[in-house]
Write a protein that binds this ligand. Structure first.
Ligand code: IVH
Length: 710
């Protein structure tokens, strides 16, 4: 560490804006390295006193130059470093989220969908539970032989964070030991951690009195309080817990949702007293109306109602799509709204060149959160709503969705406003902005795009930012700001360049330490962060490539299907050929549609991309896909259904097979492991036999599913 300058407000004020801003940049990147070494690797390289000095130095500069506080300032990031400290927990049963319904029509369609899936008549009775949707954060509590052993957050639904010690400190709502003799050997309780409104206000009052930052709403307060490194802080916060479901269990608690929640209550958990059984849509809607009215007097925030099929056996049969169970839906209350002034419209250039208009607003509180930016979607939306700079507008925020500008208020329109004209040129590179023609709909696409392609600097930077971001390569210390800086300096142009920085630095071709915000320590930290990512999960690798319509879920589906990069890559090249088996197979993967296919094929046939991938593969190694649930009965197997099934619908068959860890394809190929043959199957069986693949009939396959657990 460099010499310690004496910290006096007077001396610091003398720095002036330029010097102060340089110092803040340097401190931000230096402190993050020490945070990582301390919090994640338990390997600090400087004494605590030196670390405290860096933080204090940063704080004093910030107090003297508040207008220079950086978005990535260490003083705004205390919680973040703590979060990274928690261990990972792979959920034995994924923690899914819920599909949303926004009106009665959606709820009605949900019921019809469920009945269709189960081959029921539309007027056959089917009971649902109605439960308040608690606005908190979901956790899973694992009990082994009655003892609380593991508590975790939801995370991405498959892998969460280990917050056992913190959950132990939630007073009476999380029993340490389950009562009674006949409790299952293993049981996971799922539910919501939340904070009462009154407790939230009192907590914020206390924080205000001691000049601490305030929580925006009870949900954020609950999340921030649970994910504390020091469990005594969690213990001091008034957190509560409602149990509503069971994850893995060695013995089912009951055969209905109502029964499960009743059993959870008798095991000592708090359950929501408002839950009720609804026999049909009329009951469900009446319950919605009742709860919407009671909402403000409940004492805790709810953001809708969850409807669940009551019978557990039917829930099991219905199974789930990638992220949601088919047997439940969340009927959301209408979003909260507020009025403010539209100050300007900026254009954001996305990594695929999409130009998105963004509203800059006078700050306004919407449902407990301060909003200053909102999306305006596209050119047509602005024209349709006739939004003008200077207008009074209504802003809407629903849950975690990006705030939207709904409309302007014509009676408040100031004199002299002008209709908005979308820029004809990309603000990032000056190329023309264009609206492509959609051959299918015979209309122009609503999204205007930059036509600069590889020449557009803004797109290139966005692609790099995406590449290093948390859900892709997750390179610590290389945030959006650093990426722009390194790009501007010509140090990185494409993703592969990131992995050659260290070699170039060693060879004296570049000098990173000369760049604003990089010191000796932060450069060393950056190199080690980059090197740690030379091995990467296959799905993250695919996601990092910024292929249009290939998001996190599609990337996971592709990684799961192809298993390793080589097979994936050769299939993508092969799929370029219209009649190829690779193309048929790609299209047959459930979750991959025609649009994703065309962008995948186009991406991998572009010579510049091919070259970039070749360069990347010399630097990094995408790992072979390993199923999360390696002990699931069909983990990693590819199953093809052919012919017609008699006992069950094709969609239920597929869903239940996927639930056992298998992937489904419609094409028999060398990658297929099992072919399930229904009646009338022909061509595919012949091919399976030729390839030496196991063929089983519907009955044998039903046997496989028989002892499936919840
Ligand atoms: S059931 C597979 N029931 O809502 C079933 N969720 O948007 C998954 N939530 O992640 C959840 N109250 O955090 C369920 N009574 C309730 C709930 C509830 C709140 C939350 C939960 C979930 C999210 C889904």
């Amino acid at each position: 560490m460099g010499e310690r300058k004496e910290i006096t407000v007077h001396a610091i004020k003398e720095l002036g804006d330029e010097q102060a801003s340089k110092e803040l940049a340097r401190l931000a990147s230096e402190i993050i390295v020490h945070d990582r070494l301390y919090f994640q690797e338990d390997a600090p390289v400087i004494p605590d006193a030196d670390y405290d000095y860096l933080r204090r130095y940063n704080e004093v500069i910030e107090s003297c130059f508040p207008h220079l506080i950086r978005d990535d300032s260490p003083s705004l990031r205390v919680g973040l470093s703590a979060v990274k400290k928690f261990g990972k927990v792979v959920h034995a049963v994924p923690m899914l989220s819920l599909e949303n319904a926004f009106d009665e029509q959606d709820s009605c369609e949900f019921i019809s969908r469920v009945k269709r899936f189960l081959h029921m008549d539309a007027d056959e009775p089917l009971a649902f539970t109605g439960e308040p949707k608690i606005d908190g954060l979901s956790v899973s509590l694992r009990y082994e032989h009655g003892l609380f052993t593991l508590g975790s957050t939801r995370g991405d639904g498959y892998v969460g964070e280990d917050v056992t010690v913190n959950l132990r400190r939630i007073a009476s709502d999380v029993p340490k030991q389950l009562p009674g003799e006949d409790i299952p050997d293993i049981i996971e309780i799922r539910g919501e951690v939340y904070m009462n409104r009154a407790d939230f206000s009192a907590l914020n009052e206390k924080r205000k009195a001691s000049f601490q930052s305030l929580f925006a709403n009870p949900r954020n307060a609950a999340a921030g309080s649970l994910r504390q490194l020091d469990p005594s802080v969690t213990a001091s916060r008034p957190l509560k817990f409602f149990a509503y479901d069971v994850g893995e269990t060695s013995l089912p608690l009951a055969d209905t949702q109502m029964g499960v929640v009743k059993a959870l209550k008798s095991l000592g958990f708090s359950t929501n007293p408002l839950m009720r059984l609804c026999e049909d849509l009329t009951d469900l809607c009446a319950f919605y109306a009742y709860l919407e009215q009671e909402r403000s007097s409940l004492g805790y925030d709810i953001d809708g109602i969850v409807y669940k099929v009551n019978r557990r056996d039917l829930q099991r049969r219905l199974g789930s799509v990638t992220r949601h169970p088919r047997w439940a839906i969340a009927y959301k209350f209408p979003p909260e709204q507020a009025m403010t002034i539209l100050r300007s419209i900026d254009i954001n250039v996305g990594r695929s060149g999409a130009l998105t208009p963004v509203a800059r607003l006078d700050p306004v509180t919407v449902g407990g959160v301060i909003v200053t930016n909102a999306t305006l979607h596209n050119e047509d939306e602005i024209a349709r709503k006739d939004l003008r700079v200077g207008d009074m507008v209504i802003v809407q925020r629903a849950g975690d969705v990006i705030p939207q500008v709904l409309c302007s208020v014509p009676e408040h329109r100031p004199f002299g406003t002008l209709a908005y004209v979308f820029p004809e040129f990309c603000p990032g590179c000056g190329s023309r902005s264009v609206r492509d023609f959609n051959e299918t709909s015979k209309k122009r696409y609503v999204v205007r795009r930059c036509s600069g392609g590889f020449a557009c600097v803004a797109q290139a930077v966005e692609m790099l930012r995406h590449f290093v971001s948390g859900k892709a390569f997750d390179i610590e210390g290389l945030g959006a700001r650093q990426v722009s800086l390194l790009f501007e300096m010509g140090i990185i142009k494409t993703p592969a360049d990131i992995f050659t920085i260290e070699r170039r630095q060693m060879a004296g071709l570049i000098d990173l330490e000369q760049c604003e915000g990089f010191g000796k320590i932060s450069v060393a930290g950056l190199f080690s962060a980059i090197n740690r990512r030379r091995k990467i999960d296959l799905d993250r690798f695919i996601f990092s490539l910024s292929i249009r319509h290939v998001g996190q879920i599609t990337s996971r589906i592709l990684a799961r299907f192809y298993g390793d990069f080589k097979s994936f890559y050769s299939a993508m090249k092969g799929a370029d050929e219209l009649e190829s088996e690779d193309r048929r197979e790609l299209l047959s993967i459930s979750g991959v549609g025609k649009t994703a296919l065309s962008f995948l094929v186009a991406f991998f046939s572009e010579p510049l991309n091919e070259k970039e991938i070749e360069r990347l593969l010399q630097e990094v190694k995408p790992e072979i896909w390993r199923p999360l649930f390696q002990n699931a009965k069909l983990a990693g197997k590819t199953v093809v259904f052919t012919g017609s099934l008699e006992k069950i619908t094709r969609s239920e068959a597929k869903s239940r097979t996927e639930a056992l860890g298998a992937r489904i394809s419609d094409t028999v190929s060398k990658r297929t492991d099992i072919v399930v043959a229904g009646s009338g199957a022909g061509r595919k069986i012949k091919k399976a036999v030729e390839l030496g693949i196991q063929v089983i009939n519907e009955e044998a396959w039903m046997g496989l599913l028989d002892d499936e657990r919840i």
